[in-house]
Design a protein around this ligand. Sequence first.
Ligand SMILES: *[C@@H]1O[C@H](CO)[C@@H](O)[C@H](O)[C@H]1NC(C)=O
Ligand SMILES: *[C@@H]1O[C@H](CO)[C@@H](O)[C@H](O)[C@H]1NC(C)=O
Ligand SMILES: *[C@@H]1O[C@H](CO)[C@@H](O)[C@H](O)[C@H]1NC(C)=O
Ligand SMILES: *[C@@H]1O[C@H](CO)[C@@H](O)[C@H](O)[C@H]1NC(C)=O
Ligand SMILES: *[C@@H]1O[C@H](CO)[C@@H](O)[C@H](O)[C@H]1NC(C)=O
Ligand SMILES: *[C@@H]1O[C@H](CO)[C@@H](O)[C@H](O)[C@H]1NC(C)=O
Length: 336
Amino acid sequence: MPSAGRQFVLGVAVGLTVAFVVVSFNVLTYNPVHKAAVQSYHDDVYKHMASMSKDRVLLVNDTHMHHDDDSVARKLREQVRVLVWVMTSPSNLDKKATVVKHTWARRFNKFLFFSSEDNATFPTIGLKVPEGREHLTAKTMKGFRYIYEHHLNDADWFMKADDDTYVIVENLRYFLSSQNTSEPVYFGHHFKTIVKQGYYSGGGGYVLSKEALRRLGAKGNDSSICRQDGGAEDAELGLCMERLGVRTANSTDSMNRSRFHCFDPETHLFGGYPEWYYQYDSHGAKKGQESISDYAISFHYVPPEKMLALEFYIYHLRPYGINSGEQDLNRHEGKH
Ligand SMILES: *[C@@H]1O[C@H](CO)[C@@H](O)[C@H](O)[C@H]1NC(C)=O
Ligand SMILES: *[C@@H]1O[C@H](CO)[C@@H](O)[C@H](O)[C@H]1NC(C)=O
Ligand SMILES: *[C@@H]1O[C@H](CO)[C@@H](O)[C@H](O)[C@H]1NC(C)=O
Ligand SMILES: *[C@@H]1O[C@H](CO)[C@@H](O)[C@H](O)[C@H]1NC(C)=O
Ligand SMILES: *[C@@H]1O[C@H](CO)[C@@H](O)[C@H](O)[C@H]1NC(C)=O
Ligand SMILES: *[C@@H]1O[C@H](CO)[C@@H](O)[C@H](O)[C@H]1NC(C)=O
């Protein structure tokens, strides 16, 4: 072997050894320390949240907000009324749900938190369903039933989200402004498996038209049509909706970019999806900035401190001298 080649091999060997040492060092020592630091940071954030009084606005202070012209968003708030109900549990109230309440939820026209128990302080509405993954279907069915019975006329659209979902409500209203709430339709991050017409990820949040809620309210309690508990909540609701004649539909923007997301922004930007996602995602499991709408609506697996960071990036941080204005990103098929 010529000496340059030998040097190259030696170089690679040394490089690999160094890489191995660095990686094992990371795995064995750095990670636990890092994890502990992150955990303690989480604990601090939670403690901070818990110490806040009920109606004090945390970190995000709208009164010192910007000179942005928000007249378009304010007008849409009146024209496209959206209610959200957030599924939570007693142990998540002071950790997660409180951050949701003080950040994105308050931008909806109406928001409600559903849990297994009533809590007059938070407040939450108790659905009298035991906690646990295996009862999520019952929580969803009873949650929508409650909305149907008490709030059908309080909004035009009805969203369900989790306490680790993050929603950019202005973008949701913009998308819905191009849709017809009298149609039996619902929207979310579309999965193409299990249900013939597909169904939506539960954590990415999904939004029902008034006609969809009406059908779910009138017939969704019939156990020969819709499963009342057990199974996977999002797929079961998907089956139920299909049987009630409620359609899934495409919510990508006019540049074919996604709006609802079942993972956090970083995962959709950089990839690293779990194996199952390639079989489930209807949009080819794309990744990167070019695949995500500038008017994205939702993300999932967002822990409380990341929610506060997103609030800062989206509603506060601004590059000086750049006014973004509005883009027309809704589809206009058949409408001119
Ligand atoms: C919000 O900001 C305004 C103006 O800077 C200030 O007067 C007010 O006290 C702040 N409110 C809270 C709750 O921090
Ligand atoms: C009710 O909600 C408050 C406010 O989030 C919380 O501090 C309290 O622990 C909750 N009570 C119960 C019984 O879960
Ligand atoms: C909305 O859908 C309803 C029910 O299909 C239909 O009667 C109505 O004309 C639609 N409205 C518009 C503006 O397309
Ligand atoms: C389902 O709900 C509808 C509408 O409230 C009601 O008329 C019907 O009796 C209920 N059916 C069952 C099986 O509970
Ligand atoms: C979006 O996708 C459609 C069909 O899949 C294609 O015809 C169109 O060119 C795409 N538009 C953009 C802006 O990429
Ligand atoms: C949504 O519509 C666009 C444009 O027609 C198309 O490119 C895309 O594949 C559609 N997505 C799904 C899941 O049907």
